[in-house]
Design a protein around this ligand. Structure first.
Ligand code: BTN
Length: 320
């Protein structure tokens, strides 16, 4: 979970450029007059234009079909969809800065600079669900990591309802038959001691051709259509996920953290296993995962019997 602290509204030149590029790529969806002065307009107008472009349906995941299957009160009331963005998390961040409300969704058929955890690239070809949710919870920053666990629970639940035996690997990888099918990247923006907004980025390999991905991850990755003979309809999966997400996020807003942690534990594949956790700066801890604490940190019993609390890192589960 990445938390940034900004004192004032701060949109980097880099971010502004990336949004201008998005407008340029979608010139045909905005007026000729505006298209000619893209580099002169301010951020507020850029945000408005991005929303205008995002209101156009994309064939791959038509918003209309998602909305037909939505049973939510506020998650997914605004859905902005694109053929190609650098990263849906970046577009969502930009829109959140300029007032888009809680529950706004940004989704894209492809991402050219999809981001994973620990600075990894996230390959995002056509055939997957790449989406970000804007949240504005009224909580202290340390609690925000539970949103990531809650998102994992929502994804695992919809897969289980499709009769797929999905499990969660700490902190937030969704696995089917020990292979990753979904990753979650949560980024929060905090102003002093409160959270300003949280962006939850979810990548699900629904129908991605695994052989087209980087060789190093092919072995460890799967897609939903490889694991089930059922017909996969991406708009319906998005709707099911958003329905499930709103339910669990409401628990979060009600501070019912124990229920979320309970559900996470029911579906996890980490606790009880011998694991190796690589820390962001290279340190590696090996031991038995004995639980998670109230903030979602992993509790490890090291080989020397010492207890170690791990807040973040890459977890590898050893089978025996
Ligand atoms: C991971 O490393 O497991 C997290 C992957 C998160 C990928 C999603 S796809 C939608 C959103 N946009 C991004 O750039 N990343 C997240």
């Amino acid at each position: 979970m990445i938390i940034k602290k900004y004192k004032n509204l701060l949109i980097s030149d880099f971010m502004k450029k990336s949004m201008q590029n998005l407008l340029l790529k979608n010139k045909e969806k905005i007026s000729k007059e505006v298209a000619e002065r893209i580099f002169q307009i301010d951020e507020v107008e850029i945000a408005e234009l991005i929303k205008e472009i995002g209101n156009h349906e994309i064939d791959y995941i038509p918003t209309r079909e998602i909305k037909e299957n939505l049973a939510t009160k506020y998650i997914g009331k605004n859905i902005y969809s694109f053929h190609e963005v650098e990263s849906t998390n970046n577009v969502a961040k930009f829109l959140a800065e300029f007032g888009s409300p809680e529950g706004t969704i940004v989704l894209s058929e492809t991402q050219t600079k999809g981001r994973g955890r620990r600075g990894n690239e996230w390959e995002s070809p056509s055939g997957g669900i790449w989406l970000s949710i804007i949240l504005k919870p009224n909580i202290e920053p340390p609690k925000a990591s539970i949103i990531t666990l809650a998102t994992g629970v929502a994804v695992a639940k919809i897969l289980r309802k499709m009769k797929i035996d999905a499990k969660i690997k700490w902190p937030n990888d969704i696995l089917i038959n020990n292979k990753k099918v979904c990753g979650i990247l949560t980024e929060a923006n905090a102003k002093s001691n409160t959270i300003d907004y949280v962006i939850v980025g979810v990548g699900i390999d629904t129908q991605v051709d695994i052989n087209s991905l980087d060789e190093n991850i092919q072995e460890k990755t799967t897609s939903i259509n490889k694991e089930t003979s059922e017909e996969i309809e991406d708009p319906q999966i998005v709707a099911k996920f958003l329905n499930e997400f709103e339910e669990i996020y409401n628990l979060f807003k009600d501070k019912n953290f124990d229920k979320i942690l309970y559900e996470w534990k029911q579906m996890n594949q980490t606790i009880g296993s011998y694991v190796e956790v690589k820390q962001p700066f290279g340190e590696v801890f090996k031991g038995t995962a004995i639980g998670i604490d109230k903030q979602g940190a992993l509790m490890l019993e090291l080989e020397n019997g010492e207890l170690k609390k791990i807040i973040s890192g890459e977890c590898i589960i050893h089978k025996d």
